[in-house]
Design a binder for this molecule. Structure first.
Ligand code: CA
Length: 226
């Protein structure tokens, strides 16, 4: 089955470089050069992966990310953010609003495709097992890629979902950041320090169940059983 990708990037040469790399790998690619049009395009037809620039005319990248994550129709779409070197400070902010990973310009097509495949793997793994797990007042349905807290659906990113599922696999057991990194990506694409940003965001979204995700200082995280 052909995979689809959307690129939202106003610099045409960067956008075309990304399009070439994706197309060579068999992706059907849609390009948008404006934030508003891009957001509308993703909402109309969610792609398998979104390549999203940070600074855009119309709506900027972080806001697009936030809006896609808040919408159950698009909350699961893997997002790889493009950032310029001067924007380093915004990278962790990108992860906090729900990007799955980021890549700094300039980048090679090879590195880009490795990241794309990594975020895609995180997304598809989840859909393959159909079990429902309950921990405290959290219910995790892997088949539907759905999390509920006290019956209310919570919109998580693919990475947050994977982290929660990993912690829920052995409630009460402490997991190190490195173990979390490995469970999420199958390779060290998500840096250890970005785990904290993902977990912070996950906790916020879980609301009343957020404090079940405990920090174990100097080690990592664990999920308490209520
Ligand atoms: Ca730009």
């Amino acid at each position: 089955m052909t995979k689809s990708a959307v690129i939202i990037e106003d610099e045409r040469d960067v956008s075309d470089l990304v399009r070439h790399a994706l197309a060579r790998d068999g992706f059907a690619v849609r390009q948008y050069f404006d934030g508003n049009l891009g957001l509308a395009g993703v909402d109309r037809e969610p792609p398998d992966v979104l390549i999203l620039d940070l600074m855009l005319p119309g709506i900027e990248g972080l806001e697009i990310c936030r809006r896609l994550r808040a919408n159950p129709k698009t909350a699961h779409v893997p997002i790889l953010m493009l950032t310029a070197r001067a924007e380093d400070i915004d990278q962790v902010a990108g992860l906090e609003v729900g990007a799955d990973d980021y890549i700094t310009k300039p980048f090679s097509p090879r590195v880009l495709m490795a990241r794309v495949k990594s975020v895609l793997r995180r997304g598809t793994h989840d859909a393959q097992t159909g079990e429902v797990v309950r921990v405290g007042n959290i219910q995790i349905d892997s088949g539907r890629h759905e999390v509920r807290v006290e019956g209310e659906a919570v919109a998580l990113t693919a990475t947050e979902f994977k982290i929660l599922k990993f912690l829920a696999g052995r409630p009460g057991r402490v997991r190190t950041r490195m173990e979390i990194v490995e469970s999420v990506s199958g390779e060290i694409a998500v840096l250890e320090r970005t785990v904290d940003a993902h977990v912070m965001s996950l906790r916020k979204k879980l609301g009343v169940a957020g404090d079940l995700v405990e920090t174990v200082r100097g080690v990592g995280y664990k999920l308490r059983e209520g």
